[in-house]
Design a protein around this ligand. Structure first.
Ligand code: NAD
Ligand code: TYD
Length: 359
């Protein structure tokens, strides 16, 4: 029988892309473990959920007893840990869930993984690995020059990035102290299909399609380094399978853009792809709003290590990736409308009644 992988957060944006990739392109069995918060959406894995190699477990990573049961029943060969609270603005509004899930949840998952790994023997024990998926935001903010390398000191600025930095340190300590076989990756901003429309790119695409204002925080000069989600997924599988234990890998696509450039580019794409729209030119919808508190100015990744050591390079440029993304949101009005109406959450009530743990 093929090896089983435990993917936490597999109903989220990046996790669902990992799950779809593993089912379509590998022979791994996939256990998708997700609590299904507002960000978890099983519609995003619907195309693979009938596979005999796919299983879903609605479990909170803070629930040790349930984690132990999942490890016992599915006997995974490894863990890819993506479950997290992931939106900076929400972390500013209410940090508690970020501390709970990202720090306490990662601690609980590490302990459950360690207990399981301690019981393994022979090749299964030697091959087991825990891949922690993190962000470049742990490095803080850059000025006009320079890039984040794996040696850049941690200097997280938001409650989100501080909680991710804390989880990275826990993972490192579990390796150093207990020998747990871990690898960590720190990636720049992802974009692509199935992203929850609170993040910059889907938020702007959907507002523009509806002729609503496009709210740019501050003056729009903040820079992010954009990576198409499927390029990230390919990097994650490469790191999981071939990364050196105890090490960190930075992942990024050499696509630095100001927020204003991003929004202007996607407005141009919508002008072209929806020529009949009454909202053209879409960039007339751009509105400058109050800045985000503590807004990091610039993120940019030096991806030399993963490129040289693991022979990974991104396949999409920002232009090709953004075109695919805008087209996907245009082609998938059902996914969008179920997210906007809240209907994507029906699964929980149908299967668990009203006492589902998601908020
Ligand atoms: P997301 O918010 O779209 O998905 C997160 C998933 O985790 C959801 O399905 C949610 O239901 C689940 N989850 C949340 N709390 C949980 C809990 N307590 N127990 C079990 N499941 C829980 O996030 P994403 O954008 O897909 O990000 C995935 C991972 O990648 C995160 O760890 C994030 O920090 C990291 N990351 C994201 C980006 C990005 O640009 N989106 C960039 C770098 C790293
Ligand atoms: P976001 O997608 O929230 O990702 P992150 O904060 O993790 O980088 O935001 C990306 C950038 O876009 C960030 O500089 C904040 C900015 N932004 C806006 O200007 N307007 C918006 O409506 C949103 C959601 C983000």
């Amino acid at each position: 029988m093929s090896k089983s992988l435990l993917i936490t957060g597999g109903a989220g944006f990046i996790g669902s892309a990992v799950v779809r990739h593993l089912i379509h392109n590998t022979d791994y069995r996939v256990v998708n473990l997700d609590r299904l918060t507002y960000a978890g959406n099983l519609d995003s894995v619907a195309e693979v959920s009938n596979s005999s190699r796919y299983a879903f477990e609605q479990v909170d990573i803070r629930d040790r007893r349930e984690l132990d049961r999942v490890f016992r029943e599915h006997r995974p060969a490894g863990v890819m840990h993506l479950a997290a609270e992931s939106h900076v603005d929400r972390s500013i509004e209410g940090p508690a869930d970020f501390i709970d899930t990202n720090i306490v949840g990662t601690y609980t998952l590490l302990e459950a993984s360690r207990a399981y790994w301690n019981e393994l023997e022979g090749q299964s024990k030697a091959d087991f690995r825990f891949h922690h998926i993190s962000t470049d935001e742990v490095y803080g903010s850059l000025g006009e020059t320079g890039l984040f390398t794996e040696e850049t000191p941690y200097a997280p600025n938001s409650p989100y990035s501080a909680s991710k930095a804390a989880s990275d340190h826990l993972v490192r300590a579990w390796h150093h102290t207990y020998g747990l076989p871990v690898v960590t990756s720190n990636c720049s901003n992802n974009y692509g299909p199935y992203q929850f429309p609170e993040k910059l790119i889907p938020h702007m695409i959907l507002n523009a399609m509806d002729g609503k204002p496009l709210p740019i925080y501050g003056d729009g000069s903040n820079i992010r380094d954009w990576l198409y989600v499927d390029d990230h997924v390919r990097a994650l599988v490469r790191i999981f399978e071939r990364g050196r234990l105890g090490e960190n890998y930075n992942v990024g696509g050499h696509n630095e853009r100001t927020n204003l450039e991003v929004v202007t580019t996607l407005c141009g794409l919508l002008d072209e792809l929806v020529p009949e729209s009454t909202h053209r030119p879409h960039d007339a919808l751009i509105t400058y709003v109050k800045d985000r508190p503590g807004h990091d100015q610039r993120y940019a990744i030096d991806a030399t290590k993963i490129e040289k050591d693991l022979a990974w390079v991104p396949e999409e440029t920002f232009e090709t990736g953004l075109r695919k993304t805008v087209q996907w949101y245009l082609d998938n009005p059902d996914w969008v409308s179920r997210v906007r109406s809240g209907d994507y959450r029906d699964w929980i009530e149908t299967n668990y009644g009203r006492r589902g743990t998601a908020k």
